[in-house]
Design a protein around this ligand. Structure first.
Ligand code: ITT
Length: 221
């Protein structure tokens, strides 16, 4: 394997994936590098199904190994919302729609803070489900979680999405106030990618031929 496609349209995510995948030492392509464009709708009800759909559709179309992720924020006091709707929470039929004034991230945050106003329980977790798919060969998936709570006001300008309103457990800074390396160490995405790299290492290890096939769940994709 000499290159891999990270199938995301989210620039913040892509930057983090590039850093997290650097131990692989292979070329990381993004959807912007692909001449022919295709659109994949994330219309499933779980992170895993959405990530599988993206990995399989892009992998079969471009015929190169793909990493796709579906991620989101689950808030305890909102019964797990925004969950799989995290990217477009501002516009869904839950707790009223939020107008997009500046950007979508800001509209999502405004809605979240509005719905949590006055609520004591601010527990939340980020979820990342990452799928690696090698067309016509195999697929594997991993997941990662980052637990924390939602602030009253946004703070920080690093990261993306809900980072300015999420404080990881044991920290006093928001995710958007952490250095990128710090975020990658504790983030849902960082944890899922680390597990993925371990699995890939085992699968591709010529010293462990017996392990080959153990995680080959491609037939389920
Ligand atoms: P792709 O599907 O093209 O990868 P996307 O932004 O639509 O890009 P998701 O469907 O996985 O990605 O949606 C994830 C949303 O959840 C994302 O837009 C953010 O609002 C939020 N999110 C995910 N990971 C996050 C992180 O590390 N920090 C802050 N917010 C995050």
């Amino acid at each position: 394997m000499d290159k891999i496609l990270v199938a995301t349209t989210n620039k913040g995510k892509l930057k983090e994936f590039r850093q997290l995948l650097s131990p692989l030492g292979i070329q990381v392509l993004s959807l912007e590098d692909m001449k022919q464009k295709i659109d994949v709708e994330e219309d499933r009800e779980t992170f895993l199904e959405n990530a599988l759909k993206k990995a399989k559709t892009y992998g079969d179309f471009y015929k190169i190994p793909v990493i796709a992720e579906d991620a989101g924020l689950e808030v305890e006091a909102l019964d797990g919302y925004p969950g799989v709707y995290s990217a477009r929470f501002y516009g869904i039929d839950f707790g009223g729609k939020e107008p997009v004034k500046e950007d979508k991230d800001k509209a999502n945050i405004d809605k979240l803070l509005r719905l949590l106003k006055g609520k004591k329980n601010r527990k939340a977790r980020f979820v990342s489900v990452v799928v690696f798919y090698k067309p016509e060969d195999f697929g594997i998936w991993t997941e990662g979680y980052c637990y924390g709570y939602i602030t009253e006001q946004p703070r920080g300008d690093r990261g993306f999405g809900y980072d300015p309103v999420f404080i990881p457990e044991g920290y006093s800074k928001t995710m958007a106030e952490l250095q990128p390396e710090e975020k990658n160490k504790i983030s849902h995405r960082g944890k899922a990618v680390k597990k993925l790299l371990k699995k890939l290492e085992k699968l591709y290890s010529t010293e462990n031929p017996d392990l080959q096939g153990l995680d080959r769940t491609g037939q389920q994709i």
